[in-house]
Write a protein that binds this ligand. Structure first.
Ligand code: GTR
Length: 321
C-alpha cells in the first residue's frame, strides 16, 4: 500500500476532514442549525490557523449523547469540544446560574453586553476547575412556553400544567413558582413525552421549537420570554493540555471569531423558524403581561442566589446597560 492510500484509508476511518488531529465536537441539534454551522465554521478557521494541523468534526443530532452525558464525557476527555446550553451546567458550576435566571436579561442586547464583557469572561474562566476550558457564548434566543392543550394567556392558565424543563433546579423552581409542574428530562425525550401526554408541553426558542418538530405536537406557543440563556462552547481540559501554546491561541481566537458568525446565522434562522411555524397554523400568543411572571420569580432568586459572589454578580449584571 502506498503512502497516499494509507492516508486516505486512515482519514476515511476517523474523520471526514484531512487535518492531522481532528477534534470531536458534540451538539444536540441537527445539521444546519446555527450552533452546528458555527462550530463547523470554527473548524475551517482552526485548520487555517494551525496550517492544516487541527480540524473539527461536529457530531450533530445528539449522536454522542444527551447534553448532561456529553458534559461528563467532555470532562474526562472522551469528547473534545462541546456546544450546550448553560442550563445543564447549573448544578456543577455556580457562575453559570446567573445567565440562567429567569428575566435576568432585559433584552438580547443586554445579554450580549454582559456576556461579551468581564462577567462573561469570569463565567468562562469558572469552567477550568471542572476539567473544561470555556471558549465562547452563542445566542440561544429567548425561551417561551408551548403546549398541546390550550392557548395560555396568563399565569392562571398555567396552573397545574406539566412542563418539561432542562435538567437544572433553577428551571424546575421557575416552573413550579408559576403554579405549573416541572419535569426535568433530556431534550431527545420531549417530543414523544408531549405526544403521549406524559407532559403537556415544554419551553424553548423558535429554532428549537421548529427543528425538534415540537410545534407539531404542541401547537400553542405563548411568548412570555422567561429566559434568555446563552449557549456555551467548551473544550475538554484533557484535550487542551495536549495542545501547544500556539495551537491553544488558535483555538481561543477561532472560537471567538465564530461568535459573530453564529449570531448572524441565529438571526436568520430565528426568522425562518418563526415563519415556518406560523405558516403551519400554530397559535402564537403575543399579548401577555409579563409583570406577574417576573414577580413570581422573587423566591427563585432568593433560593438560588445565595452566596455573596452570586448576589454581587446579579447586581453587576443588572447594572450593565
Ligand atoms: C435548546 C438549546 C440546547 C438544549 C435544548 C433543551 O434551545 O440550544 O442546547 O439545551 O434547548 O431544551 O434541552
Amino acid at each position: 500500500m502506498g503512502i497516499a492510500t494509507v492516508a486516505i484509508v486512515a482519514a476515511g476511518a476517523v474523520s471526514a476532514n484531512a487535518a492531522e488531529m481532528t477534534l470531536r465536537s458534540s451538539d444536540t441539534h441537527p445539521a444546519g442549525y446555527p450552533t452546528v454551522v458555527a462550530v463547523e465554521y470554527m473548524g475551517e478557521q482552526l485548520e487555517a490557523c494551525t496550517n492544516g494541523k487541527i480540524g473539527i468534526d461536529v457530531y450533530d443530532s445528539a449522536q454522542l449523547g444527551e447534553e448532561k452525558d456529553t458534559i461528563e464525557q467532555a470532562r474526562f476527555g472522551v469528547i473534545d469540544l462541546l456546544r450546550v446550553s448553560l442550563g445543564p451546567f447549573n448544578g456543577l458550576i455556580e457562575e453559570t446560574q446567573i445567565p440562567s435566571l429567569p428575566y435576568i436579561f432585559r433584552s438580547t442586547d443586554h445579554m450580549h453586553n454582559v456576556m461579551d464583557g468581564e462577567i462573561g469572561d469570569e463565567i468562562l474562566a469558572a469552567f477550568e476547575p471542572y476539567g473544561l476550558v470555556g471558549l465562547a457564548f452563542y445566542d440561544g434566543g429567548s425561551r417561551s412556553f408551548y403546549n398541546r392543550e390550550k392557548p395560555i394567556t396568563s399565569m392562571e392558565d398555567l396552573q397545574g400544567m406539566k412542563f418539561r424543563v432542562m435538567q437544572s433546579d433553577i428551571f424546575v423552581d421557575m416552573v413550579n413558582a408559576l403554579g405549573a409542574n416541572a419535569t426535568p428530562m433530556p431534550y431527545g425525550e420531549v417530543y414523544s413525552s408531549i405526544q403521549t401526554g406524559v407532559i403537556d408541553g415544554a419551553e424553548n426558542n423558535w429554532p428549537s421549537y421548529e427543528s425538534s418538530s415540537h410545534y407539531d405536537v404542541a401547537p400553542y406557543y405563548t411568548l412570555d420570554q422567561h429566559l434568555i440563556v446563552p449557549e456555551v462552547l467548551v473544550m475538554s481540559k484533557a484535550t487542551w493540555d495536549k495542545l501547544s501554546a500556539e495551537d491553544q491561541k488558535c483555538v481561543r481566537d477561532t472560537a471567538k471569531a465564530s461568535v459573530a458568525y453564529q449570531r448572524e446565522k441565529w438571526a436568520e434562522r430565528e426568522a425562518e423558524s418563526e415563519a415556518l411555524v406560523r405558516e403551519s397554523g400554530v397559535e402564537v400568543i403575543t399579548d401577555i403581561d409579563k409583570t406577574p411572571f417576573i414577580e413570581a420569580m422573587v423566591p427563585v432568586y432568593e433560593k438560588h442566589v445565595t452566596s455573596e459572589k452570586l448576589k454581587d454578580m446579579v447586581k453587576r449584571v443588572q447594572a450593565v446597560q
